[in-house]
Ligand binder design. Structure first.
Ligand code: F6R
Length: 246
């Protein structure tokens, strides 16, 4: 079942998502969290850090699994998702390094996909955080990816490279062309999924995700088939929903 929560702005998106995460780790201190990078969840991560500092909410027993990582950037690169997650969350809460899982694109890529997939098969993610690409991707599962996919290597679409160039001096040639990503079936295996999206740039993708046909051309549309999805969006991202009624 898909529940859409429309709020005023980015801060309120982050607060709603945070409520769910806080409840999850309070009720289940050894919860498994699926995490995303990119701009969308940063506000949520800031609230988790603030709450950890002020209220002592602990992540000591929590295990985390990230969706994806660029191919071709060493872990230490400031724009690797390894760095992103440490800078924006992990270095500021008490999660144990050995409980953090981020796909690695170092060494043999096929082996890395297999290893990540095996690790995912041993757990069930309690809550998976997702952003959505302006082309409807989830993780780096670009349009056309099979709903049955597991962790795999992808060629990033031009639109994704363009969207992410803002992290690379607005230079598309600096954005890695490939990534390693959890597959769609890995994402769908989570008990609960929270998708956060803000801004006009996401309006069409949100419309297709929520109201469009379930099709591999819009990876996020698969979420309509998941038993427990919460889509948290601001007014701009919601602006193409129910447009015909206005
Ligand atoms: C990130 C990820 C991507 C992003 C999406 C939106 O780990 O898997 O699917 O969630 O590209 O990115 P932002 O939030 O930067 O607009």
């Amino acid at each position: 079942m898909m529940r859409v929560i429309r709020v005023k702005d980015y801060q309120q998106i982050s607060e709603k998502a945070f409520e769910i995460i806080k409840q999850t780790v309070t009720e289940k201190p050894d919860a498994v969290l699926g995490l995303a990078t990119g701009s969308s969840p940063v506000g949520l991560y800031q609230l988790m850090i603030k709450d950890h500092r002020e209220n002592g909410t602990s992540y000591r027993e929590v295990r985390t699994f990230n969706l994806d990582e660029y191919v071709g950037l060493p872990k230490e690169h400031p724009e690797s998702y390894y760095s992103f997650m440490h800078n924006n969350l992990f270095d500021h809460i008490d999660v144990k390094e050995e409980n953090i899982h981020i796909p690695s694109s170092e060494g043999d890529l096929k082996e890395q996909c297999e290893a990540y997939n095996n690790a995912l098969e041993e757990v069930q993610i309690d809550v998976q955080i997702l952003g959505i690409g302006s082309n409807g991707h989830i993780g780096f599962n670009e349009p056309g990816t099979s709903f049955d996919s597991v962790t795999h290597i992808v060629d990033l679409n031009e639109s994704t490279i363009k969207d992410n160039a803002r992290f690379f001096d607005n230079d598309m040639s600096k954005v890695p062309a490939q990534a390693i990503t959890m597959g769609i079936s890995n994402v769908m295996a989570a008990k609960k999924i929270i998708l956060v999206a803000n801004g006009e740039n996401k309006a069409n993708a949100i419309q297709a995700c929520v109201m469009g046909p379930v099709t591999e051309f819009v990876p996020a549309s698969v979420l309509q088939e998941h038993p427990d999805v919460v889509i948290i969006i601001d007014e701009a991202a919601a602006s193409s929903l129910y447009k015909e009624k206005r």
